[in-house]
Design a binder for this molecule. Structure first.
Ligand code: PEP
Ligand code: MG
Length: 883
């Protein structure tokens, strides 16, 4: 097997990039080389090598040595310099590069190949002694940090002291001799911390860096990131070794990062930052404030330092040309790193740029409009889960704002929450149910878990391409970065901002679309659903087969659902209507009654209320099917649980406190989820389902008269296990329907069906379909009863189950395809055999989960039903599943 692929200098061994083999970065370097863009020569060690390295017990095959040497020879051939040469040394960068970009892994070592002797060669070859020694100290610092994993604080401190001693404030004031002195200090620090002198052999340096990249694949941070993002552990990472080019060789040199379109808004304008006379990490690290790429962006921001367009017009024009070539080649928005060395442009990296949901949408729709991609590709490009960001409220523009400061609008959306200063606290407080804003000077890959737990992220340093900004956009968390007027004391847990001091637990609001940071909680408004969002939804609707309904039980929810494009209600949980303050007393009287007569009297009071609920829902959902589920939860849920409430409730219900207490303890169940609930209530108290059925049909006839459009009720019986249960319940529904139709001399079409929520129901679906006219998979209960894990308590240990790979994802979030999925397939097949064309849907939480929706498409269900806000996600996911 070949493990090393060369690129640059007219060579591209990878044949235009295979991401799985070469990793994202390697594949695109190869790709850029293949279309003739200026890429410094280099080579990629494949991801297969990484996988093999771990399989073999962290050793390399003998052949790798020669292959790597061949790679170095290639770079030497193209550059005319030799690795380790004392007169004019070749320096290289070493970078990791998995299939997908992965924060948490070793990133980059620059200037590799410098040692006590080559630094002198570099000084004379470049004619710039200061540059050479600055490069050497950068190399020692970086190598010590990422390869030797020494404490980087010591190096930073030494630099600070060196500057202080000379009375400097800026790094740029350091002279060649100052750097030389610092290099000596750095070497002492290394020897002290590492126990060995800093490696002088350039090949030792190279292999150290290669092993560090492979080693970082199994670092805890990388594992956490993989778990959060469903990235398999056996993908491995590639290693890219590439000739160094220098952006820090004076004022005709520069380095920068750019997006071919605005990653925040999606606008078709170049977006980027650059620094003159600097090296790559200076831009990302936020040490110096970068300059804008374009004049338009500079002017919009009111910034003074010249844009690249102004400072280096010719190179800028060349760069713009490269942007267009890259977009045409990759047919997507690109995120680029470049360096200008003494006027010559070099491309160091390109990849599909991370973007906000808003930008993803706009870019997909725009590119389809430009003819760069098809409408189907546009549909496939947008991550359904990311739509969440767009569907959620933003700050009410009219609400008063107590603005503390303004930073960069790094990732859009608004979030309020309590201030916390470290990732662990963020995680802990989030688990306790607090909304959290993580406030850091700047974030690093160690903060990933806290960023994930937070509702929003606020940093004092760093630009739009800082770690915080990039990661937050990827996660869909609102983020304000670089709020420079803020000073954080993470130890004391305080934050000085706008002349005020906040402490941990104080509430702030951040607006990631404007960069504003506000004190307290600011109210929000609903999102705008027209424009690009509407266009993409139309395209998605053209390709999807699955229908999308909503789980909704109030007219307001139904309205929201319709606005989001729901094609019916898939689950109206009627018990939610019983909790209404005006009704709960009648509900309790019904529960407390000790005779059928008493229950009927109480139900009589509920009937007009339920009828009114259903009439309103039918009005909103005019002409669309509405699945109404009859009462499901165990009755004790409606009784008070706190002793303090008993007296008041007893009085309201007109019974004694003792009587109430006695009934409550009678109804107590050890295992209520497996108890007296669902159709079991209808079996023992048929009058409850009778009342509900009457309310449904009377409401349907009222709405039919009022609107002319007959509603389409689908009466759904919960928690059925046997054919006989459904038969008994359906008999009630049909009898009441006939009574109401006779009374009113009018009728509507309706269906009576069942939820499939129990393994027995799935197994006996063939028989149950003899009675039931539709099935709706209640995958919340079906998951709970199939795996035997309580849906209410599983959170405590399911994390370990996912960590240990027992389930790929939380089975209550994404269907356990192998287990629960098999029951669904079997029930669908058996149900269809008895009743060809039986209507099949899903109404558990999974109905809004893209992976589960893909499964529903495969199984050929007719519809999925999701909560109103997830309806657009479901529409898009259903379209992608059909593509
Ligand atoms: C289900 O069990 O999947 C379901 C939709 O019903 P509920 O969540 O109300 O139990
Ligand atoms: Mg259920």
């Amino acid at each position: 097997t070949r493990y090393v692929y060369r690129f640059g200098g007219g060579v591209n061994d990878g044949g235009n990039g295979n991401k799985n083999l070469l990793g994202g970065k390697g594949a695109n370097l190869d790709g850029m080389a293949s279309i003739g863009l200026p890429v410094p020569p280099g080579f990629t060690i494949t991801t297969e090598m990484c996988t093999r390295y771990y399989v073999d017990g962290e050793v390399y095959p003998d052949s790798l040595n020669a292959e790597v040497a061949g790679g170095i020879a290639h770079i030497e051939g193209v550059t005319g310099k030799r690795f380790g040469d004392q007169a004019d040394p070749l320096l290289v960068s070493v970078r990791s590069g998995a299939r997908v970009s992965m924060p948490g892994m070793m990133d980059t070592v620059l200037n590799l190949g410098l040692n006590d002797r080559t630094v002198i060669g570099l000084a004379s070859a470049s004619g710039d002694e200061r540059f050479a020694w600055d490069s050497y100290r950068r190399f020692i610092q970086m190598y010590s940090d990422v390869v030797l994993e020494l404490d980087h604080g010591a190096f930073e401190e030494a630099l600070e002291i060196a500057k202080e001693d000379q009375g400097y404030t800026l790094d740029t004031e350091m002279t060649a001799d100052d750097w030389k002195g610092l290099v000596a200090e750095y070497k002492t620090i290394v020897e002290k911390q590492w126990g060995k002198p800093f490696p002088q052999d350039v090949n030792d340096q190279l292999w150290g860096a290669i092993s560090a990249v492979f080693g970082s694949w199994q670092a805890d941070r990388a594992k956490v990131y993989r778990r959060l993002n469903d990235i398999p552990g056996d993908w491995g990472t590639a290693v890219n070794v590439q000739a160094m080019v220098f952006g820090n060789m004076g004022d005709t040199s520069a380095t920068g990062v750019a997006f071919t379109r605005d990653p925040a808004t999606g606008e078709n304008v170049y977006y980027g930052e650059f620094l003159i006379n600097a090296q790559g990490e200076d831009v990302v690290a936020g040490i110096r404030t970068p300059q804008y790429l374009t004049t338009a962006a500079r002017e919009r921001a009111g910034a003074k330092p010249l844009s690249m367009e102004e400072a280096m017009p010719e190179t800028y024009a060349e760069l713009a040309k490269v942007f267009n070539i890259l977009e045409t080649h990759y047919r997507d928005m690109q995120d680029i790193e470049f360096t200008v060395q003494q006027g010559k442009l070099w491309m160091l990296q390109t990849r599909s740029g991370k973007r906000t949901a808003k930008a993803a949408l706009k870019i997909a729709v725009d590119m389809a409009g430009e003819g760069l991609i098809t409408q189907e590709e546009a549909v496939a490009r947008v991550d359904p889960a990311a739509l969440d960001q767009l569907l959620h409220p933003t700050l009410d523009p009219k609400a008063p704002r107590d603005v503390l400061t303004k930073g960069l609008p790094a990732s859009p959306g608004a979030a309020s929450g309590i201030v916390v200063f470290d990732a662990d606290t963020a995680e802990r407080r989030n688990e306790l149910g607090d909304a959290v804003i993580l406030v850091r000077t700047e974030t690093s890959p160690e903060d990933i878990h806290g960023m994930h737990a937070a509702k929003g992220i606020l940093t004092a340093r760093g630009g739009m391409t800082s770690h915080a900004a990039v990661v937050a956009r990827g996660m869909g968390r609102p983020c304000v970065s670089g709020a420079g007027s803020m000073s954080i004391d993470a130890k004391a847990k305080t934050l000085r901002i706008g002349g005020r001091e906040l402490t941990e637990g104080d509430i702030v609001t951040i607006d990631g679309s404007t960069g504003e940071v506000m004190a307290g909680e600011v109210p929000t408004v609903q999102p705008e659903l027209a424009g690009d969002f509407g266009t993409l939804m139309v395209w998605a609707d053209k390709v999807r087969r699955l229908r999308v309904r909503a789980n909704a039980e109030t007219p307001q929810d139904c309205k929201t659902a319709r606005e989001f494009g729901a094609e019916g209600v898939g689950l109206c949980r009627t018990e939610h209507m019983f909790f209404d303050a005006a009704r709960i007393t009648a509900v309790r009287q019904m529960i407390l009654a000790d005779s059928e007569k008493g229950r009927r009297d109480a139900l009589e009071k509920l009937l007009p209320e339920q009828r009114d609920d259903f009439a309103q829902i039918f009005m909103v959902m005019a002409g669309l099917p509405v699945t109404i589920r009859l009462l499901d939860p165990p009755l004790h849920e409606f009784l008070p649980h706190e002793e303090a409430e008993f007296a008041e409730v007893a009085k309201a219900a007109g019974v004694g406190v003792d009587e109430l207490r006695r009934r409550a303890s009678e109804l107590h169940e050890f295992n209520p989820m497996l108890g007296h609930r669902g159709c079991r209530l209808g079996v023992t108290y048929p009058e409850i389902y009778e009342m509900q059925a009457r309310a449904i049909f009377e409401a349907a006839l009222i709405v039919k008269k009022r609107s002319g459009a007959a509603p389409i009720p689908e009466v759904m019986i919960p928690l059925v296990a046997t054919r006989r249960e459904l038969e008994l319940m359906k008999a009630i529904v049909d009898r009441v329907a006939q009574e109401v139709f006779a009374e009113q001399a009018d009728s509507v079409e309706y269906l009576t069906g069942t939820m499939i929520e129990l393994p027995r129901a799935a197994l006996k679906a063939g028989e149950i379909a003899e009675v039931g006219e539709f099935f709706s998979f209640g995958t919340n209960d079906l998951t709970q009863t199939t795996i035997g894990i309580s849906r209410d308590d599983a959170g405590r240990f399911l994390g370990s189950y996912v960590d240990k790979g027992i389930f790929p994802r939380d089975p209550f979030v994404s269907i356990d395809v192998e287990g629960v999925g098999e029951l669904i397939e079997l029930a669908a097949e058996r149900g269809r055999k008895t009743r060809p064309g039986i209507k099949l849907g899903i109404c558990g939480e999974h109905g809004g989960d893209p992976a589960s929706i893909a499964f529903c498409e495969q199984t050929g269900l007719d519809y999925v039903s999701a909560s109103p806000y997830r309806v657009p996600i479901a529409r898009l996911a259903a379209a992608q599943a059909a593509l």
